[in-house]
Design a protein around this ligand. Structure first.
Ligand code: ADP
Ligand code: MG
Length: 615
């Protein structure tokens, strides 16, 4: 039997490093967060060989006074909290007081600093030596602020070093960390260089235009061109930032930045709420892109749940989930055609990554919906917004009202007189190969995929009808009994009322058994047991479930697809115009139910460029 030993300082720190220092990028994250906590407005980051050889972070923050230097490198030493209560209102990024101690136990770390509080000193340097990690302090010349240099990461822990990937991979993780932090602090300048080559030079961004520019530099110009800005505030919660149009989706969840009170996090609840908001508009298996900031009372979030602080816990997770979902859902619903005069048409100099397959095929990736900025404010000409009775709906009686056609003819006439009031999607000129509608508005050409557009319109209409009518419950002829766990059955009892609102009636009949008595009538032929199981697990995990609506929407979507105008059907000009007006009035009409774009736009100046006119 071995006797008990007290571990050496270094070994204890090396064990702690296991949690926070996984790879070079984790070091960069800790160093940058320290600099930001110190109030720096400029950060210079130098990396060599993917960070394994060298990582150096220089800041112009408040610095550290000489007497605190040794403490800065010891474990459980921090200037950011003093007592337990402080943990409940954390305003800083760090607070655990172990990053520098951990990092210096597995690398050669040297810190130089000059504190604002010591104007007469020229600066001091500190590093740790030996198994007991004794601090050696000596004078140096350093401008105000702090520089931390970390060399030879994991030199003394060869087993960990083996887990490192190639230089390129490690560097790309560092790059990602820097980008994440750069998006959290627009007011701070970030310079990053790798192997002595400057990679990012992000100047402080103060105006909205400068912030937008930084987002474009970090996320790529295509993102910001295809994103809508949002800013919603309710019940002490604020959500702002940029979300991609559904037609700009990604095959990977790699362009997703979410911040809670300035701290970047990855959170299941947040991811779920966002996914739900995009549910209805995104191509299957695609991922939305976003840069979003959630601001709320610091006391309403617990950040001390994970050593690298990537996760947080919301005190009222249900409230946060619902707020995120409804704010985004609404923003996306409002995406419909409208002209925003503030959007510049000049997009030269951007190397547009193809993201909008529809547009790319037709217009060489130049033309896209983004050129027509989408916004909610467009109001229809009242003469056109009478009850929509149009005969492009199959099965309809072919009644385009005479008044309507007349109104459109008048409007068309107006167009030729250069009237100001041309609707965003303009007026139809022709139908192409029975598939596309060509239309012109004041500034250019619109091409509409008529099946895709009509499908969305039908779908939205069916959803509305369904919300009003068919959420009505239908008793099951033979009630389905489902064996569940005790906690699931408890959940059913607790959420009985909520479930009724969704149109589902469940009853607990034994401690581990429930019976499904009623479901929404449209879902009566689906796999009731599976649906109920999924709903319960949602309720347990998120306190809410969108599954019933989602499932219902899926069915409606399929029905809408079958009930929509097929290709190769001849439409008259008034029919086409009626479709265009419906698109303008319909929520989410920028994409079909499968997330494909329904229309694209090419301005005259874009066309001119294609033909090299005026060059
Ligand atoms: P924490 O950030 O959790 O407090 P660290 O080990 O990262 O723990 O840092 C320990 C302390 O060293 C910090 O509380 C802070 O006072 C000081 N410190 C670290 N980096 C800097 C810096 N760049 N500028 C000023 N002070 C710093
Ligand atoms: Mg820290």
């Amino acid at each position: 039997m071995q006797r008990i030993n007290l571990l050496s300082q270094r070994l204890a720190n090396q064990i702690a490093a296991g949690e926070v220092v996984e790879r070079p990028a984790s070091v960069i994250k800790e160093l940058l967060e320290n600099s930001l906590d110190a109030g720096a407005t400029r950060l210079d980051i130098d990396v060599e060989q993917g960070g394994v050889k060298l990582m150096k972070v220089k800041d112009n923050g408040g610095g550290i006074v000489k007497d605190d230097l040794a403490l800065a490198l010891s474990r459980h030493a921090t200037s950011k909290i003093v007592e337990l209560e402080d943990l409940e209102r954390i305003g800083s990024l760090g607070f655990r007081g172990e990053a520098l101690a951990s990092i210096s136990s597995v690398s050669h770390l040297v810190m130089q600093s000059k504190a604002v509080a010591e104007p007469d000193s020229t600066g001091w340097q500190v590093q740790n030596d030996g198994q007991d990690m004794k601090a050696c302090i000596k004078p140096v010349a350093h401008p105000q602020g702090t520089t931390v240099e970390v060399r030879d990461l994991f030199f003394n822990t060869p087993a960990r070093k083996k887990f490192l990937k190639t230089e390129k991979t490690e560097y790309s993780r560092i790059d990602e960390v820097v980008k994440r932090l750069a998006l959290s602090r627009f007011d701070v300048q970030f310079n990053l260089s790798h192997n002595n080559r400057a990679v990012h030079q992000l100047l402080a961004a103060n105006s909205d235009a400068e912030k937008q520019r930084r987002v474009g530099l970090v996320c790529g110009p295509a993102f910001i061109e295809n994103a809508v800005a949002i800013d919603v505030e309710r019940a002490g919660l604020r959500l702002w930032g940029w979300v991609s149009l559904p037609t700009f989706s990604r095959s990977q969840a790699d362009l997703q930045y979410f911040y809670v009170n300035g701290r970047t996090i990855r959170d299941k609840l947040v991811a779920h709420a966002i996914k739900q908001a995009y549910r209805d508009v995104l191509f299957h298996g695609r991922h939305p892109a976003y840069v979003l900031y959630l601001e709320l009372d610091p006391a309403a979030v617990d950040v001390n749940v994970h050593p690298t602080k990537h996760e947080v816990r919301f005190r009222d997770s249900r409230l946060v989930h619902d707020f995120l979902f409804s704010a985004l859902h609404k923003a996306l619903a409002e995406v419909r055609p409208s002209i925003d005069p503030t959007v510049t048409q000049d997009r030269t100099g951007y190397d547009a990554t193809p993201m909008n397959p529809g547009a790319a095929q037709v217009f060489n990736s130049e033309g896209s919906q983004a050129a027509l900025r989408l916004q909610e404010s467009y109001k229809l000409d009242t003469s056109l917004s009478e009850p929509r009775v149009t005969n492009y709906y199959p099965g309809d009686r072919g009644t385009v009202s005479a008044k309507r056609i007349q109104a459109q003819m008048v409007a068309l006439g107006k167009l030729s007189e250069h009237d100001e009031e041309v609707p965003p999607l303009g007026y139809a000129i022709a139908q192409l190969h029975g598939i596309y509608i060509l239309a012109q508005n004041k500034e250019g050409l619109i091409v509409v995929d008529m099946h895709a557009a009509h499908e969305r319109i039908t779908y939205e209409r069916m959803k509305l009808a369904c919300q009003n009518e068919e959420l009505k419950m239908q008793p099951l002829l033979v009630p389905v009994s489902v064996a569940v766990s005790q906690s699931e059955a408890d959940c059913v009892e607790e959420h009985h009322e909520t479930l009724l609102q969704y149109g589902v009636e469940l009853e607990r009949v034994a401690s581990e058994s429930i019976v499904v008595r009623q479901v929404p009538s449209i879902l009566k032929d689906s796999n009731v047991e599976q649906l109920v199981r999924d709903v319960i697990s949602d309720l347990i995990e998120y306190g809410t479930s969108e599954r019933i609506l989602a499932h219902q929407d899926e069915l409606l979507s399929t029905m809408a697809c079958h009930g929509s105008v097929r290709a190769n059907r001849h439409l008259t000009i008034p029919e086409m115009n009626a479709l265009l007006r419906d698109m303008e009035a319909t929520e989410r009409s920028g994409q079909c139910n499968h997330g494909r774009p329904t229309w694209i736009y090419q301005s005259l100046s874009d066309l001119d460029k294609l033909f090299l006119r005026g060059q």
